[in-house]
Design a protein around this ligand. Structure first.
Ligand SMILES: Nc1nc2c(ncn2[C@@H]2O[C@H](COP(=O)(O)OP(=O)(O)OP(=O)(O)O)[C@@H](O)[C@H]2O)c(=O)[nH]1
Ligand SMILES: [Zn+2]
Length: 222
């Protein structure tokens, strides 16, 4: 990522309390899904034939299996409910903002199955009990939702909604900055263009609170 400041798109100024209804049901909850390695191997072999390659030439012999195994890793979020990582909570009575900045992010655009990558910033203000989660769990949450066929907007709101549902915070903010390879290496071919999406919930929608979060996020960019 280059060093320009993240900009947060405008969001409603009204600071409503964080009601339970703010916690939209999670899309893609953890239904038992199975990754079918053999089906993917076969599809990759067919893909190679489709582009005019010979899947039986030396260099490609192991490719369907390699791609299938790498897809199993890149789409590992399909077979979990990432919100479960937030079950590791500690009631430490901390009621101020917690912000994890620059969490590296790799996902796959669901339109082209090409990567988009960048960083996520995830923050929340603990609820009345001062309930916090382990810092690594915020990164695991991001990773779980990223490792699926995604669009950036849904990725952003799924992370925010999971925080709301599981931590019951007073507020939550998620900002994702990413470059989409479908816009860089093909199509409109605009390498370096980054897309910034935000999900702001509860008291984070309050202008002063959001300004505090943004100034913490931007301090390293100056
Ligand atoms: N909103 C949103 N759009 C995305 C995301 N990832 C890819 N896209 C866009 O999805 C759109 C798909 O457009 P289509 O016209 O159906 O596909 P296409 O012909 O391949 O489009 P081009 O990419 O413009 O060549 C493109 O505009 C992509 O830039 C994302 O995370 N969020
Ligand atoms: Zn795309």
């Amino acid at each position: 990522m280059t060093g320009t400041s993240p900009r947060i798109p405008a969001s409603p100024e009204d600071a409503e309390p964080l009601a339970a209804s703010d916690a939209a049901p999670l899309a893609n909850p953890s239904e038992a899904r199975r990754f079918d390695l053999e089906a993917v191997r076969k599809a990759v072999r067919d893909l190679l034939i489709g582009i005019g390659e010979d899947p039986d030439r030396d260099g490609l012999l192991g490719t369907p299996d390699r791609v299938a195994r790498s897809y199993a890793e890149m789409f590992a979020g399909m077979t979990e409910d990432p919100a479960d990582h937030l079950d590791a909570v500690f009631d430490i009575g901390h009621e101020e903002m917690v912000l994890a900045r620059d969490i590296p992010l790799y996902s796959m655009c669901e339109h082209h199955l090409l990567p988009f990558h960048g960083v996520a910033h995830v923050g929340y203000i603990p609820g009345e009990s001062g309930r916090v989660t382990g810092l690594s769990k915020l990164a695991r949450l991001v990773e779980g939702f990223a490792r699926r066929p995604q669009i950036q907007e849904r990725l952003t709101s799924q992370i925010a909604d999971a925080l709301v549902a599981r931590l019951k915070p007073r507020g939550a903010i998620v900002i994702v900055e990413a470059e989409h390879l479908c816009m860089s290496m093909r199509g409109v071919r605009k390498p370096g263009s980054r897309t910034i999406t935000s999900g702001v919930r509860g008291s984070m929608r309050n202008a002063a609170t959001r300004a505090e979060a943004m100034s913490l996020l931007m301090s390293h960019h100056s």
